[in-house]
Design a protein around this ligand. Structure first.
Ligand SMILES: NC(=O)C1=CN([C@@H]2O[C@H](COP(=O)(O)OP(=O)(O)OC[C@H]3O[C@@H](n4cnc5c(N)ncnc54)[C@H](O)[C@@H]3O)[C@@H](O)[C@H]2O)C=CC1
Length: 469
């Protein structure tokens, strides 16, 4: 049902009507029809269509990026990177589509077996609001490369750009229905996860929702990939290249207004360099340009919603109550331009005097808030870094190559960045340990999560007369 009429708002991007059972059934049915056709095509044929889609995205990069800024609130420079990563994802998996193959296994007496890598069927993608277009590509590209269809549900807060992707796939020549977008929130997502026509659900979002997705998917034994939240540690040793470590800490905390699942928000700094680190990090954080995300030199745009901004500011207040010290930021920010008044901006925040038991150190804030803590030894910091139910990412800054690899080995996280942070090219697998989820996105391994192996056993001789004794 359309929502009741309300006065038009000049800032509205679209009206979103959530899909109900009928639309979800239709989307899955048409995706299934498209899958029957698409999965019979050769990998090279699928690759050609995907490369054409990648080309169109590249050609329209600036327009899509602009729309993504309006969709999400992130800065235009970041949005362009998201769109570049998106077409690269399509190119990468187009390259793999033509290489999908099985094995040949020799058996006694000339008999043999072979394996076929087959598609799963209709896959569902459920996206978060922080990387709307990129998440749709991270999920659909490997799915389509393997011969699947996808029904994608974007977050209701960022409903628009996934539709652009659907239009581009169609223009590039995928069969009608191969990539369908359904709109809506939890109810629509529930319909998708409970649907018997769905073979797999790939989800990006919060841990509580991820658990529900798993539970619903279990009823019909759907495969599941979960990309959930994090509270990742970033460990900075005193022998680091300080300039890089400071830049890395900013990269680990303030991209997309801090709304990044793999952010390194627990920053452990070796005690000897703490004063100089804090001085530099605060100086740079204060200098971050906040404001109109469509301007070239803006580096921090608006948070996703008023409620989310209030939630993030609430974390800062709670941190103060628990004894943390705000070194900078942590307040609602009103840009000078009149048109931006009422936007959900906040100044990026650095918290000192933090301890491991504080709420700001334990819980995912999903906003521009960095918690800094001192440490003395490698053994101690590893213990503290791993003392969390999350395990998405981690980082270490040091000039000592042995220490870097030793720390990477001992951190319980799906990714460890050495001497940088938040670098996620498509060639590199991405995903979590512990409650940050399972399965992987990107890299060759993701093919495993969007395909299944069939074994074909071929007898070249006679069948044993086993029962005639
Ligand atoms: N790991 C990550 O990348 C992300 C983590 N988050 C975390 O989650 C918090 C809440 O953000 P939300 O957008 O509300 O995350 P969420 O986990 O509630 O929503 C993510 C997606 O799941 C859908 N969804 C919600 N409930 C569902 C259900 N019962 N069944 C099926 N689909 C459902 C939503 O419509 C959206 O498309 C954030 O404050 C942040 O801490 C949010 C976005 C991304």
């Amino acid at each position: 049902c359309p929502p009741p009429p309300r006065p038009p708002c000049p800032l509205d991007l679209c009206d979103m009507f959530p899909c109900g059972k009928e639309e979800v059934d239709q989307a899955i049915q048409s995706a299934h029809t498209a899958y029957l056709k698409w999965s019979k095509m050769a990998g090279m044929e699928r690759a050609r269509v995907m490369l054409e889609a990648a080309r169109i995205i590249r050609e329209r990069r600036d327009n899509i990026a602009k729309l993504e800024v309006i969709n999400n609130g992130k800065s235009i420079t970041e949005a362009r990177v998201d769109i570049d990563v998106s077409w690269q994802t399509l190119e990468y998996y187009a390259g793999i589509a033509g290489t999908l193959a099985g094995e040949h296994i020799q058996l006694p007496g000339g008999s043999f077996a072979y394996t076929r890598r087959e598609a799963l069927g209709v896959c569902v993608g459920i996206g978060a609001w922080n990387y709307p277009f990129q998440i749709a590509c991270w999920k659909s590209a490997p799915a389509l490369a393997c011969g699947n269809a996808m029904v994608f549900k974007p977050s209701p807060f960022t409903a628009v750009t996934a539709v652009i992707l659907a239009e581009i796939y169609k223009e590039a020549g995928v069969p009608d229905g191969l990539f369908n977008v359904v709109q809506g929130g939890a109810e629509t997502g529930t319909l998708l996860c409970n649907h018997p026509g769905v073979a797999k659900v790939s989800f990006t979002g919060s841990v509580p929702t991820g658990k529900k997705i798993m539970e619903m998917s279990a009823k019909t034994v759907k495969q599941v990939t979960l990309e959930l939240g994090g509270k990742s540690p970033l460990i900075i040793f005193k022998d680091c290249e300080l300039e890089n470590a400071v830049r890395g800490a900013l990269m680990a905390n303030f991209l997309t207004q801090g709304e990044v699942c793999c952010n390194g928000t627990r920053v452990y700094v070796q005690r000897e360099i703490m004063p100089v680190f804090l001085e530099e990090v605060v100086k740079r954080t204060k200098a971050i340009r906040i404001g109109d995300p469509l301007l070239e030199n803006t580096r921090m745009g608006a948070l996703i919603t008023r409620q989310h901004l209030d939630k993030v500011l609430g974390f800062v207040s709670q941190a103060k109550k628990e004894g943390a010290m705000v070194l900078c930021g942590g307040e609602a920010f009103t840009p000078i331009e009149p048109k931006l008044k009422g936007g959900y901006y906040m100044s990026p925040c650095v918290l000192d005097n933090c301890t491991d038991d504080m709420t700001c150190v334990k819980e995912e804030i999903f906003g521009p808030v960095m918690s800094v803590m001192p440490f003395d030894t490698e053994e101690e910091v590893l213990k503290r870094a791993n003392n969390t139910t999350f395990g998405l990412a981690s980082g270490v800054f040091t000039r000592d190559i042995s220490r870097a690899h030793r720390v990477a080995e001992n951190l319980q996280a799906g990714t460890c960045f050495i001497n940088n942070y938040n670098i996620s090219p498509v060639e590199v697998p991405f995903g979590g340990y512990k409650q940050s989820g399972f399965g992987r996105e990107n890299g060759q391994v993701t093919i495993e999560y969007y395909s299944q192996l069939k074994t074909v056993v071929v007898e070249m001789g006679d069948v044993d007369d086993y029962f005639n004794c």
